[in-house]
Design a protein around this ligand. Structure first.
Ligand SMILES: NC(=O)C1=CN([C@@H]2O[C@H](COP(=O)(O)OP(=O)(O)OC[C@H]3O[C@@H](n4cnc5c(N)ncnc54)[C@H](OP(=O)(O)O)[C@@H]3O)[C@@H](O)[C@H]2O)C=CC1
Ligand SMILES: O=C(CO)[C@H](O)[C@H](O)COP(=O)(O)O
Length: 471
């Protein structure tokens, strides 16, 4: 029988169970089996198990398929480890309710999907008969199959169980596995959420530079693709720039045009970018470049309104920006988006008492994940050297960032003057200029607040709370 029944007896050395054989779950399961780890697999639609075992080929000797949840759990050596790779929300709660009576207090259930960390904290608190772990997994299908970056939350007990399983399957950066126990309860999912927020900003900034070249300079997709290919060997070296270069070179077989030119300009989003912005605001942080990216995706879906507005408010000028300036501008924007993300992480760490190690997080993002880049390898030692300082003030940050700022200023200024939208690049620049303004304009805000609401203000020349006589 192709679909083996679970080897239900205690004592079998099935080290981990993977539940959910969709894109990510099946890739992760094959990665585990490839590394010599014996696994059990199960899926809501049991019909998927046999085809999966066939796809596994010789690896199937290390895989036990179990259609029945009881057999799946019973196949696992104790203390058990079960990885759920299913959509977040109600499906996870349903699975936990079904698993709960089958588990023991030393067992660990991992939600490896993208989940709202608030729900992860709730689930962690509610899990009474097992340990619950929220784990971020990044790298898409390819990463899950050959080496993802993994951000693990939950208890130390669970990390003891998970470390020997996850280190062999993680991506490696110069021999260092890209997996870490980043903090307790929801920390893993929070760090993954912020990773995705940075991903949104980076993708948006890349798209803005593409837009400047396409609409402001009349470049064709393959020409822009060649430029990105060139950049991917320099300071912008990264998975996302490489991917951009690749997709800009693909021709649509139906129309003979670049495929990107026939794709409707409406971006999807599943929520992680939005969660980053919501949590940043709750923590009193400004993740403005990430917010701009989320907002740009929202505007993208209002296609008919944009088409109408394009006729009512016409006029986009031509620009002339040289590739080196655009490259530096994109680099500066990328640095600023990362700094915003790391500041959100720092604030969350203080709020939830997670002791997040920002340098280690940068290190585990250097390979396997969607935002992997040479920049992260540059940021990690800076964050390690002066961990207590705001990241903008980390030792070495000025040397990294300042030389690229004039280019960002030039690109944002030129694009804005021509009516070309660059919301994420300009938000990053505005954040930077605000953050470096030693004497800001909040004195006027305080005066306004006191004038209409008697909220009081502090003076620079004497202590205490004061009010103005506003007439
Ligand atoms: N795709 C990606 O690049 C990435 C995805 N993720 C996250 O990984 C998780 C899985 O994504 P992905 O593999 O792409 O999704 P798929 O749609 O490919 O697979 C979903 C899996 O979840 C199962 N499932 C769906 N609903 C339920 C339910 N109510 N109860 C139990 N099982 C259910 C499906 O089972 P069935 O076959 O029965 O429908 C299937 O096995 C998501 O949280 C996603 O956000 C994280 C990083 C990257
Ligand atoms: O988690 C990921 C990578 O790290 C996924 O690619 C993510 O689902 C992409 O998000 P969205 O669909 O919102 O663009």
């Amino acid at each position: 029988m192709a679909q083996q029944q679970a080897e239900a007896s205690a004592g079998t050395q099935v080290q981990v169970g993977v539940y959910g054989l969709g894109t990510m779950g099946s890739a992760l399961a094959l990665n585990l089996a490839d590394k010599g780890i014996r696994i059990a697999v199960s899926n809501r639609e049991a019909d998927w198990i046999d085809p999966f075992l066939e796809e596994a080929g010789p690896l199937s000797s290390r895989i036990t398929g179990a259609a029945d949840l009881g057999n799946f759990v019973a196949a696992l050596a104790s203390p058990r480890v079960i990885i759920l790779m299913i959509p977040s929300g109600a499906p996870v709660d349903d699975m936990l309710a079904q698993l709960s009576p089958l588990l023991n207090p030393d067992d660990t259930v991992v939600d490896a999907g993208n989940a709202d960390f608030n729900e992860t904290r709730r689930r962690t608190a509610q899990a009474k008969t097992f340990h619950f772990v929220g784990m971020g997994v990044s790298g898409g299908e390819e990463g899950a199959r050959h080496g993802p970056s993994m951000m693990v939350g939950g208890s130390d007990h669970s990390w003891q169980q998970l470390q020997p399983i996850l280190e062999p399957i993680a991506a490696e950066f110069q021999g260092d596995p890209c997996v870490a126990h980043v903090g307790t309860d929801g920390a893993g999912h929070f760090v993954k959420t912020v990773h995705n927020g940075i991903e949104y900003a980076d993708m948006q900034m890349i798209a803005e530079v593409y837009g400047v070249l396409r609409d402001g300079q009349g470049w064709e997709a393959p020409q822009i693709g060649a430029l990105f290919a060139n950049w991917s060997a320099g300071k912008l070296a990264s998975f996302l720039v490489e991917t951009t270069a690749k997709v800009l070179h693909v021709t649509d077989t139906d129309s003979g045009k670049p495929l990107v030119d026939v794709i409707r300009d409406q971006a999807g989003q599943k929520g992680t970018g939005r969660w980053t912005v919501i949590e940043a605001l709750k923590l009193g942080q400004s993740a403005s470049a990430i917010e701009a990216a989320v907002g740009a995706r929202a505007w993208s879906s209002a296609k008919s309104a944009r088409l109408a507005a394009a006729t009512q408010f016409p006029g986009v000028g031509q620009v002339e920006l040289d590739p080196a300036t655009l490259e530096n501008a994109l680099f500066a924007g990328r640095v600023l988006a990362h700094l915003q993300g790391f500041e959100v992480l720092r604030a969350a760490s203080a709020e939830f008492d997670w002791s997040l190690d920002l340098a280690r997080i940068a290190e585990i993002w250097r390979a396997g994940c969607i935002i992997r880049s040479s920049l992260l390898d540059e940021l990690a030692p800076l964050l390690r050297k002066t961990p207590q300082r705001p990241v903008l003030l980390a030792d070495g940050m000025a040397e990294l960032l300042a030389p690229a700022i004039p280019a960002l200023r030039q690109v944002v200024g030129t694009a804005v003057a021509a009516g070309l939208p660059v919301p994420a690049l300009s938000a990053g620049l505005a954040w930077f200029d605000t953050a470096r303004q030693g004497t800001g304009t909040a004195n006027l805000i305080q005066a306004q607040r006191d004038a209409f609401g008697v909220h009081g203000f502090e003076r620079m020349d004497m202590p205490g709370k004061h009010h103005g006589d506003w007439g």
